[in-house]
Write a protein that binds this ligand. Structure first.
Ligand code: ADP
Ligand code: MG
Length: 241
């Protein structure tokens, strides 16, 4: 069974067709990059997969179960994790508290603010994994840009997703931060299925086992990184990018 299956998904915003009959299948444990120019529909595709947007047509399946039409909290609880471009963390809470809240949300206990949180071992483990253990007791708003991105990843990982969506996780980071978070992503648990949107073509090709290329809302190519690198249409799109 595929970890994720997108079947003939279209998404219209008024007269604009942001996704046009997109289909893709991602195997369990696969590393899949989704690339394409700005406006190609990459973020829209992730939002449709995650239940943030309803497809205009088509269906999405997570572990064989149809999730299209479900609210995003429910899709998340069924195992779809994601990071957000704008941080999802509560700036006034401590780093570990944010991770603990994300864990509770995944368990369907809601964000019970005011309720006393306990530092569970799972929280500590994830903070170590993303390299934030030493920053556990810092207020989230005090984190650097890169550390905030690490916290986002920790909040997704603590929910133990079977499929993780990362939409431009390296965007806007400095060289050292890119290096650190790039390595963190490459080192994620190989059993987890990971889909990555990334502007840096070299990084995307290094990360991926397979690559899907979107252009004007359509899949124009899919294949292994080397084949994608040599695809004339892809080269044309990426000239001057
Ligand atoms: P990408 O992530 O590949 O840069 P997006 O998925 O963000 O592209 O956008 C695809 C197209 O859909 C773009 O033309 C964008 O302007 C448009 N779009 C995205 N979200 C909305 C929205 N909420 N309302 C209207 N148009 C949108
Ligand atoms: Mg985008």
């Amino acid at each position: 069974m595929q970890a994720l299956r997108v079947e003939q998904v279209s998404k219209a915003f008024g007269g604009l067709l942001a996704l046009a009959r997109v289909s893709l299948e991602v195997a369990p444990g696969e590393r899949r990059a989704v690339i394409g120019p700005n406006g190609a529909g990459k973020s829209t595709l992730f939002k449709v997969m995650a239940g943030e947007l309803r497809p205009s047509q088509g269906r999405v399946f997570l572990q064989g179960r149809e999730v299209s039409g479900m609210p995003q909290e429910r899709v998340a609880r069924l195992g779809l994790g994601r990071t957000f471009q704008r941080s999802n963390a509560f700036p006034e809470l401590l780093v570990w508290e944010n991770v603990a809240l994300a864990q509770k949300a995944a368990q369907g206990q809601g964000a019970a603010l005011g309720q006393r949180l306990k530092p569970e071992p799972g929280v500590q483990r994830v903070l170590e994994q993303v390299g934030l253990a030493e920053r556990a007791h810092v207020v989230a708003s005090q984190l650097s840009h890169g550390e905030k991105r690490q916290l986002e990843i920790a909040m997704a990982l603590v929910q133990n997703p079977s499929v993780l969506l990362l939409d431009e996780p390296l965007a806007g980071l400095s060289g050292a931060e890119r290096e650190r978070i790039g390595e963190l992503i490459l080192g994620l648990d190989p059993r987890m299925t990971v889909l990555l949107v990334e502007h840096d073509l070299e990084y995307a090709l290094r990360f991926a086992q397979r690559v899907t290329v979107l252009h004007y809302g359509q899949v124009i190519a899919e294949g292994e990184p080397e084949a994608i690198r040599q695809n004339p249409q892809v080269q044309e799109i990426y000239v001057g990018a």
